[in-house]
Write a protein that binds this ligand. Sequence first.
Ligand SMILES: [Zn+2]
Length: 446
Amino acid sequence: MAELDVLIKARRVITAAGEVARSIGVRDGMVTAVEPLEADLEAAEVVELGDDEVLLPGLVDSHVHVNDPGRTEWEGFESATRAAAAGGVTTIIDMPLNSVPPTTDVAALRTKWRTAQGQVYVDVGFWGGAVPGNLRDLRGLHDAGVFGFKCFLLHSGVDEFRHLEPGELVDALWEIGSFDALMIVHAEDPHVIEHAPAAHGAGYGDFLRSRPREAENRAIAQVIELARRTGCRVHILHLSSSDALPMIRSARRDGVRLTVETCPHYLTFSAEEIAEGATQFKCCPPIREAANRELLWQGLADGTIDCVVSDHSPCTPELKRFDIGDFGVAWGGIASLQLGLPAVWTEARRRGHALADVVRWMAERPAEQAGLSRKGRIATGYQADFCVFAPDQVFVVEKERLHHRNPVTPYHGRPLAGVVRGSWLRGVPIDIDSPPRGRLLNRGGA
Ligand SMILES: [Zn+2]
């Protein structure tokens, strides 16, 4: 009997040692051997990658809004996880809002589980929500397996997921810190935004002025201060304002337990190039100027920013209000789950980064940050989740060919470098035309 289920031979594999030629042995869904390419290992099946292909660990996207149940017409588990698989993402963690019910107590988490069961092509975990009045539900959600808790400091965009006032935030941080869980924060300050001019009309500049950098800067300063005071682990979601990078750096130097993510759209687009009425680019915090984008790239390069995750937040085309193109009334959210890897790689290689850097930002660090100790790397003892990537093949994004539910994305028409040729989950290629094999994850369970 063969010792391995599969042996994958690839001239280019991204491992902890960087990019190397390796034979990867898989048994029972786990990587059990990482050997030189020519190593003679017995396996039931041998797969050889093409000369233009690189084996990456399956990506981990810790910021996805699946919206199911309740707003399934925006997105659902089946369509979202199909898009993930087609984009090389083998694990997603679902955000607690935009579904109904939001994931703010154990009963709602169980509803999510029932809805997702049997529908997922990749592995799926869940964030819980910290909202006014659910302080006593947080421990139960933690024990039931959520990966941490999300909160907003201003209106979330949906009325059923309310934001925390400063006093409530302090209470939630003490509570969550008492069992050493993670708080993830949408950091924009409501008072700064109240005093900014309101967004209206088709001009992107007006929308940008309605969500100024100062709103993010002030909220992040507040979150850092409270993380310092309570000792709670805190993660800043979707950083857009590069102004906040110096204070993040210095807080970390001081030992504040703080991690930070940004998103492919902040690293790709710039405010200057967004056309009148192009509300597919609307998200909060907003895409800012090209000079800001370059500073975010520097923050990634020097390690201040840990992760790049999608913040895939789709809706129906009607809610983007393309009929009037009004940035004030259109839904804020960008759909990009399938495109994160080529989008980031296209911009990264232009700036001299290697694929190993992209893997660190999009697989290794998001897995660590979520406590997924057997995902995000190709190494013995890790799950055999892979992405087969052709980094030099160029394609033009066609929204109709994406798998997420509604064909809306700001990447439509954009040429990108890097084609995902396949994704593997626990040692088996994912076939999005067959019944799904993904699992629902508990924190600490994978
Ligand atoms: Zn989000």
